[in-house]
Ligand binder design. Structure first.
Ligand code: NAD
Length: 495
């Protein structure tokens, strides 16, 4: 059995904790590796390497730091297929989803290539006689990232690209369910010219996370994962004096108004609900059918579902892969079991679908007549299950979404510009799509939900990421005022 190690100070380091976790191939159900789960001492070794590398890296010129990012970008593009294959083997997503994840991750490296422009401070000359004021953005020191299983390449890139480019050193604790991509990225960063110790990977579980949260040499923690853990990370990290950004779970609603193009909305709902088997924090999991549009919409969605091919990532025609673990697959299926007794109607039942019998597959499901108070509405299911809530009016749709505990993403489908404008104004959600089902912001904006989808006040990546990984220093300086004093330069001013 292959053992997945850590990456500390520029090399692979075997785990010495004696604890391991299984890494499955979700498409076959077989365990394909075991990952070392770091002890406190192993986390400490990674932090020590990052701490030792910090003075040199923060003093490295901006142009050199940008050059390393450019080199890294080229290497990631060159190894695109290899990375996508690794994502697919451990996560289960089909190659097109893995390639999409990587493309969105690469955007963040490209943003970080332009870091010199983002690190410019401000300068005010002559705020009073001889006094100038200016601000500079300095790195924090050692920062850590804790990431979820569902985007093993992209979410770490959301964090470390900006963290490193701004001059910090980094310790990544990837998901123990699909940890190998992080090690490949570490190797590529080294090939790109990143000095040893600037980027480290410790694999692990709660024990490693808890050490990160309390380690005195870690200045800041970025977290992306489920809401209960995000809340815990935020509370514990900030109690230990760290800067923390913690992004949590989601329940994203897509509103379809009666004037919408139904085919366009149905195509969008299918790709946004079932892409990556629904294991996306920006997946659409609820369609809100307004004013009698429900029947037409359900018909249009239902007729598309038999054409959606479920299969392993090794099948180039497969459009949806398995779920991450057997337990998660069974939990997702349990919502189909409980829905009818709670008053909902299962229109398409993924449990009876013709899917591969090996592995953690579940077919796509569609549930109608879902209402608040039902488990399939209130919970983040995180699987290929789309719920439909029927409401009479636009106002009811907005009220429904605004009352939900999560506020990550949402979308509205309409031909009415006024309705779209009203929606973007009054909806209590952080990322809004107008005729766009998955409105993940491009890398030069920042990503973040509202309500229980985020803890802390910092969004992730883009300009917010640069702010998160730097602190501002403001300098007030006095020199003799050239306007009123004749300064003795110590040499002739004119010939
Ligand atoms: P998770 O919360 O179980 O795990 C995330 C990370 O936290 C992992 O590295 C894991 O090892 C660690 N962890 C798990 N339990 C812990 C504990 N008790 N104490 C300390 N650390 C712990 O999330 P997941 O299942 O890997 O990912 C899916 C979740 O992530 C979904 O809820 C999804 O919505 C969310 N997510 C959110 C975003 C976003 O941007 N808001 C993006 C991707 C995923």
């Amino acid at each position: 059995m292959r053992t997945i190690e850590h990456w500390i100070n520029g090399s692979l380091v075997p785990s010495t904790s004696g604890r391991t976790g299984p890494v499955y191939n979700p498409a076959t159900g077989e365990q394909q590796a075991e990952v070392g789960l770091a002890s406190v001492a192993e986390v400490d070794a990674a932090v020590a390497a990052a701490k030792a590398a910090f003075p040199g890296w923060r003093s490295t010129s901006l142009s050199r730091r940008a050059e390393v990012m450019f080199n890294f970008r080229s290497l990631v593009v060159e190894h695109r297929d290899e990375i996508a294959r690794l994502v697919s083997i451990e996560h289960g997503k089909v190659p097109s989803d893995a390639a999409g994840e990587l493309a969105r991750g690469i955007e963040n490296i490209e943003f970080a290539c332009g870091i010199p422009a983002m690190l410019k401070g401000g300068y005010s000359e002559g705020v009073s006689g001889g006094v100038d004021v200016y601000s500079i953005k300095q790195p924090l020191g050692v920062v850590a990232g804790i990431t979820p299983f569902n985007f093993p390449a992209m979410v770490p890139m959301w964090m470390f690209a900006n963290a490193i480019a701004t001059g910090n050193t980094f310790v990544l604790k990837p998901s123990e369910k699909d940890p190998s991509v992080a090690l490949l990225m570490a190797d590529l960063l080294k090939q790109a010219g990143l000095p040893d110790g600037v980027f480290n990977v410790v694999n692990g579980d709660k024990a490693a996370v808890d050490r990160i949260l309390e380690h005195p040499d870690i200045e800041a923690v970025s977290f992306v994962g489920s809401t209960p853990i995000a809340q815990y990370i935020y509370a514990t990290g900030t109690a230990n004096g760290k800067r923390v950004q913690a992004l949590g779970g989601a329940k994203n609603h897509m509103v379809v108004l009666p004037d919408a193009d139904i085919d366009m909305a149905a195509d969008a709902a299918v790709s946004a609900a079932y892409g990556s088997a629904g294991e996306r924090c920006m997946a659409i999991s609820v369609v809100v059918a307004v004013g009698g549009v429900g029947d037409r919409l359900i018909e249009a969605i239902s007729e598309r579902l038999p054409r959606l091919k479920v299969g392993p990532g090794t099948d180039p025609t497969a459009e949806m892969g398995p779920l991450i673990t057997r337990e998660h697959r069974d939990k997702v299926a349990s919502y189909l079991e409980s829905a009818p007794s709670q008053g909902a109607t299962v229109v398409v039942d993924g449990r009876t679908a013709d899917v591969p019998s090996e592995g953690f597959f579940l077919g796509v499901s569609l549930i109608d007549n879902v209402k608040p108070g039902m488990a399939s509405y209130d919970d983040e299911i995180f699987g290929p299950v789309l719920s439909v809530v029927r409401v009479d009016t636009y106002d009811e749709a907005v009220d429904l979404i605004n009352r939900h505990q999560y506020g990550n993403g949402t979308a509205i489908f309409t031909r009415d510009g006024g309705a779209a404008k009203a929606f973007q104004f009054e909806i209590k959600v952080g990322m809004v799509g107008i005729n766009v089902p998955i409105p993940v912001p491009v890398a030069y904006y920042s990503f973040g939900g509202w309500k229980a989808s985020i803890f802390g006040d910092s969004n992730i990546y883009g300009p917010a990421g640069v702010d998160f990984y730097t602190r501002t220093k403001t300098v007030t300086s006095r020199w003799p005022d050239p306007a009123t004093s004749s300064v003795d330069l110590g040499f002739p001013r004119t010939r």
